[in-house]
Design a binder for this molecule. Structure first.
Ligand code: FAD
Length: 451
């Protein structure tokens, strides 16, 4: 039985995001797959991972590559996210990773996260992508006084073990910085990362990949994948694409019911999770001052079911949160109520401010709680890069480039950080994934609000 309703995967359904209003229609126009085509490399998925893979294959390896996307480019998480280009990617803390993989592997993964951010900054620069960047680093805000103690302990551990510098700020200092709200009791600032317009970044990548020679094919949902005579063939309603090598860049949007060995190799191993975002109309300077929030720093709170938020360069406020266990019209209406309630509680001065856009999408979790980049079992010349745990702006980008290097034979899995090298474990009793999720959300809510 599918994990989520068909509504979630309907490529003809507009996302309804604010980002869609910021890009000219002509930037969206890519042809659909027609007839039977061939390439050396096929990439499935037109988000950051797939676009980075196509760009790397065409641009650096001079390869013949075609990318297939079911909706418009960036229709998945890449065109609808919060735009935090930041560290992250695993659900495990660095301390937990050090326990599992050893300290040097954890340090290697930290370095990979930093390089992911640099990778995006370099792409924006190299390909003249104007993506409305702002925010010098990011801020984690303690939602209770006792969570500030935890931020202090974590900062001390990171400094001592990994040499990571975080700056701690008291509630009063935050207020002076233009970061105030009834639920912010202090914070820790990491001077890495920046914010961007996610859809502009995705469309800029598509343009760069096409300029480098990649075929970018949109509005072409793949319905099955076969393997014959040493070649993968991806079928759509209007044709097929055959390629010797396949990269799965489908993250939280792969439908496990689709026939094909690469799908089978990923099935039962991933769990898409909903994240939702709202955006307000531009706030006046007086409205910003009334709340005490004037800072351009991108921020998130210390909850396990976290909220993330930022004041954008045009004065609009973006506010996002995790949660929700399905996306049907009824569930979407409920999610809308919940996100508005949390926004108004955390930013009470803006209760009357018009919210112009609310939307949701899938992030992707793996059973291992770590990202995966590598070859797929029982699927020759098929690779995947996915499961960025809600932090794929930076990590999906570098991982897309790396999976392309792997597929092209330019690197081996041993060249990648141990943390992302798998194996991709199955969830125990995968049919129960939604049951685990609901239980985990109850537990997280208890930890966040009560314990
Ligand atoms: C609301 C929200 C907020 C987020 N905020 C942040 C943030 O602030 N910072 C951050 O780092 N990360 C954030 N994320 C996560 C981040 O967006 C993702 O990790 C990242 O975009 C993953 O990129 P991707 O290319 O791997 O996957 P996606 O962008 O999801 O792309 C996968 C693509 O595969 C396509 N596809 C799947 N199956 C098929 C098929 N059969 N045929 C054709 N096409 C198919 C889908 O249509 C989809 O476009 C957020 C995600 C969401 C949903």
């Amino acid at each position: 039985m599918p994990l989520y309703s068909a509504h979630a995967y309907d490529h003809s359904k507009p996302v309804g995001s604010y980002w869609e209003t910021t890009v000219p229609m002509q930037d969206h126009v890519y042809p659909a797959l027609e007839g039977d085509q061939e390439a050396d490399f096929a990439v499935l998925g037109g988000g950051y991972t797939g676009l980075n893979a196509a760009l790397r294959l065409a641009g650096e390896h001079g390869a013949d590559v075609a990318l297939l996307e079911g909706g418009d480019i960036g229709w998945g998480a890449s065109g609808r996210n919060g735009g935090f280009c930041c560290v992250g990617g695993s659900k495990h803390s660095l301390g937990e990773l050090a326990g599992k993989f050893g300290q040097s592997a954890a340090a290697g993964f930290l370095d990979y996260q930093r390089r992911s951010i640099d990778h995006v900054a370099e792409l924006l620069n190299a390909h003249d992508i104007e993506a409305e960047t702002h925010s010098d680093g990011e801020l984690c805000l303690a939602h209770r006084m006792k969570d500030m103690r935890q931020l202090e302990d974590e900062a001390a551990y990171l400094r001592k073990t990994f040499g990571v510098e975080t700056t701690l700020h008291s509630r009063e200092e935050l207020a002076e910085m233009g970061v105030a709200g009834p639920e912010f009791f202090g914070g820790a600032r990491l001077e890495q990362g920046f914010a961007l317009n996610p859809l502009k970044y995705a469309l800029g990548l598509a343009r760069a990949a096409q300029t480098a020679g990649a075929r970018i094919l949109a509005n072409s949902p793949v319905t099955s994948i076969t393997h014959e005579g040493g070649r993968w063939r991806l079928f759509t309603a209007n044709g097929s694409l055959s390629a010797r090598t396949l990269i799965m860049a489908t993250n939280g949007y792969m439908q496990e019911e689709m026939p094909g060995k690469p799908v089978k190799a990923l099935s039962g191993r991933l769990l898409p999770l909903l994240s939702s975002v709202l955006v307000t109309r531009p706030l006046t300077v007086a409205e910003q001052a009334a709340q005490g929030w004037t800072s351009p720093l991108m921020s998130y709170d210390s909850r396990r079911l976290l909220h993330y938020f930022r004041l954008m360069p045009d004065g609009r406020f973006l506010f996002g949160m995790r949660g929700g266990t399905d996306t049907t019209p009824e569930c979407d209406a409920l999610t809308r109520k919940e996100i508005l309630a949390d926004f108004h509680r955390m930013f009470p001065a803006w209760r009357e401010v018009e919210v112009t856009h609310v939307w949701s999408g899938f992030v992707c979790m793996a059973a291992s709680l770590n990202p995966f980049i590598g070859p797929l079992d029982d699927a020759p010349h098929a690779f995947a890069a996915l499961a960025f745990h809600g932090n794929g702006v930076a990590m999906g980008s570098l991982s897309g480039a790396n999976v392309a290097d792997l597929a092209a034979g330019a690197i081996t899995p041993g060249d990648l950080p141990a943390v992302v090298s798998g194996p991709l474990k199955r969830f125990p009793f995968p049919a129960l994934r939604k049951v685990y999720l609901k239980a985990a959300y109850r537990w997280y809510t208890l930890c966040d609000e009560v314990i």
